[in-house]
Write a protein that binds this ligand. Sequence first.
Ligand SMILES: Nc1ncnc2c1ncn2[C@@H]1O[C@H](COP(=O)(O)OP(=O)(O)OP(=O)(O)O)[C@@H](O)[C@H]1O
Ligand SMILES: Cc1ncc(CO)c(N)n1
Length: 259
Amino acid sequence: MKTVLTIAGSDSSGGAGIQADIKTITAHGLYAMSAITALTAQNTTGVYGIMEVTPEFLANQLDCIFKDIYPDAVKIGMVSSAALIEVIADKLKEYKAAHIVVDPVMVSTSGSRLLAEDASKTLIKTLIPLAQVITPNIPETEVLCKMDIKNAGDMEQAAVKIAEFTKGAVLVKGGHDLNDANDLLYEAGTFEWINGERIENPNTHGTGCTLSSAIACGLAKGDTLSDSVKAAKEYISGALRAGLNLGHGSGPLNHMFRI
Ligand SMILES: Nc1ncnc2c1ncn2[C@@H]1O[C@H](COP(=O)(O)OP(=O)(O)OP(=O)(O)O)[C@@H](O)[C@H]1O
Ligand SMILES: Cc1ncc(CO)c(N)n1
């Protein structure tokens, strides 16, 4: 049984974070372990509270997991502070973790900041260089490369800039103001566009968490990064097409549709 560790925050509404990750990993037939970085009180309309775990407690969770069930891949989602980012980076190096997917979560779909202002530098300096792939959305890409992104050419230029400070690949996700669903994988100097049909569904809460967890599943199974991203794209499109409609805001996906 292949295993995937998610290191992320808890989303009380079940649509994003740890909950989305575990549903996605399970739907892919793999075993999910989880280390929780923070509790959030949130629902489909917004984030109403964040309570971080201490760095010591996060280190304890990671020790418990790596000493007992060694993960075949690791997905990192919301990590809201520099101190927690440093603990994760130290433990990933200590345990020589492989197939690390970093989803640089900064702001929730509902617009709430999930990464402290001063933590971006620590994310860039200590965690992103450990990633096999990072999966920023358009706003996160703009923060990471300090440029506006208005079109596909900007996405390609941004991916090259980000690759300068990460040793891994960059998946710049489309959507948002570009109003498409075309993603760009930049790996070892090569661009690969992974296009998707835009699905008119207001319930997109947790799409990024779901995609990055699905990519980690492919890597855990030994697939190439390109194949893992393409399979994850199929999965997220299917989850959007399945059209779950819960809550009064931008609701969750249907993770449990059959792949
Ligand atoms: N309406 C849509 N139709 C089809 N694909 C979509 C749609 N919205 C997003 N996607 C796809 O979903 C994946 C996640 O991208 P998105 O930009 O939503 O991530 P995100 O903003 O980080 O998500 P979240 O923060 O809600 O977890 C990408 O592959 C993107 O192309
Ligand atoms: C806990 C958590 N992680 C990630 C996201 C991304 O949307 C969210 N809304 N909540």
